[in-house]
Structure formats: structure tokens, C-alpha cells
Design a protein around this ligand. Sequence first.
Ligand SMILES: Nc1ncnc2c1ncn2[C@@H]1O[C@H](COP(=O)(O)OP(=O)(O)O)[C@@H](O)[C@H]1O
Ligand SMILES: [Mg+2]
Length: 219
Amino acid sequence: MRDLAQNSPDGAAAGAVAGAPSDAVARQKAALRGRLCAARVALTAAERSDAGRRLRDAVLSLPEAGMAGTVAAYFSIGAEPATRSLVYALWKRGAYVLLPLLRPDNDLDWASYEGPDSVRPRPDGRHGLVEPVEPPRGPDTIARADLVIVPAIAVDRRGMRLGMGGGCYDRALARVGPLIATVALLYDGELVDAVPAAPHDRAVRVVAQPSAGVTRLPL
Ligand SMILES: Nc1ncnc2c1ncn2[C@@H]1O[C@H](COP(=O)(O)OP(=O)(O)O)[C@@H](O)[C@H]1O
Ligand SMILES: [Mg+2]
């Protein structure tokens, strides 16, 4: 297996739990994912949209958002905080917005958002994803973004991020330069002391939460 840590742009692989076998880390991640997802599922649609509005305002207040020509973002699914109004607002402000398309190998491709009619539910229904209809520009396109907004279930004080378990954003974030703001959108309480991490995991540099607003990491 190739050494994934060599791809780290910022030494994020240092977040590995020292000495912990990778299957133990995977089990710890699954347990934390289960707990936090159960709490998310209990939220109402109104709570998800309210969180989405507050997160939109927090992200738009970032200096990096004001300066960004290209923003990589995502369309929320399921119990995630709603991101539609953020994606729309970034586009309305004139940013070139990229949205991901999930590839069969769990890497992410990227295509442009050109307004509400430029996305549609994925034809195969996978994960209930809503994806852009514009032509995909390749997995490396994320490297062009001046601001990268990613989903997460939890982030810790180092910036280590827990995702849905596909490792898609570990692959994508490995292509993002060290000076780019990478922002994870969380509910309140999901910025935690420690997230189990393996050498392939990539950190984020900022989190946004509905009440707490923006936090820059590491703390
Ligand atoms: N860059 C990569 N190349 C190959 N496999 C990867 C890469 N990044 C992550 N993975 C794999 O994806 C799987 C899920 O990763 P994990 O970090 O648990 O998910 P998530 O980040 O979504 O929480 C792991 O088995 C991991 O080995
Ligand atoms: Mg990961």
C-alpha cells in the first residue's frame, strides 16, 4: 500500500493516534460516528435549516470568503446542516462555486454550480446525493479553490476531522495547498477534544458552528 502520509500538504498525518493499530482507530471512529449521527437524526428539519442559515452567515463573514474567486463547497444531505442557502449565496456573490461528484473509487470529482437548476439528485440514488449537472473537471480541480468548505461529523482541537467513513475528503484535502482555509461545517457540540485519527486523515483549519461561529484550529 502506498504511503498516504507522503501526500500530506501540512503534516496533518501527525494526528495519528500513536501506537494505535488502524483497526482500533477505525472502531473508535465508528463508535463516535454512531453516537454523533444518532444525535443529528433527532434534529428536526427546521433545526437543520436554522443551523444552515447561521453557518451560512458565519462562513460569509470569513475574510477568506470575501476574497475567494473559487470556492469548493457541497450540497448537504440527510441530517447534515443545510448548505443550500450558503451555496446559493456564494454563487450570488460572484464566486465560482465547485460542487463534488462522488466517484466509484470514493474520490471526489468537481463541477461548477451555476444556480439552483444546475444540480439534481444523483440518478443512482447513492446516499441521496444531489450533484452538479455541469461537466466534471477532474479530482485535481479542488486545488484551484481559494476556500474549501467540507462536511464533517466532528472535528477536534487539532483540526482532525471525522467524516461519514468513505475517506473522500481525506483524498480531496490532500490536494489542497497549505495556505488555503479549509472549513468544516458542524452543529454546536461537534468540536470535540479528540477525534481518532489514522495517517491518511487530513485536518481542517477552521470550523463553523451555528452558535459558536467560526473557530480557527489548532486551538
Ligand atoms: N488518500 C486515500 N487513499 C486511499 N484510501 C484512503 C485515502 N484516504 C482515506 N482512505 C480510506 O478511506 C477509508 C475511510 O477513511 P476514514 O478516515 O475512516 O473516513 P472519513 O474520513 O470519511 O471519516 C479508510 O479505509 C481509508 O484507508
Ligand atoms: Mg478520515
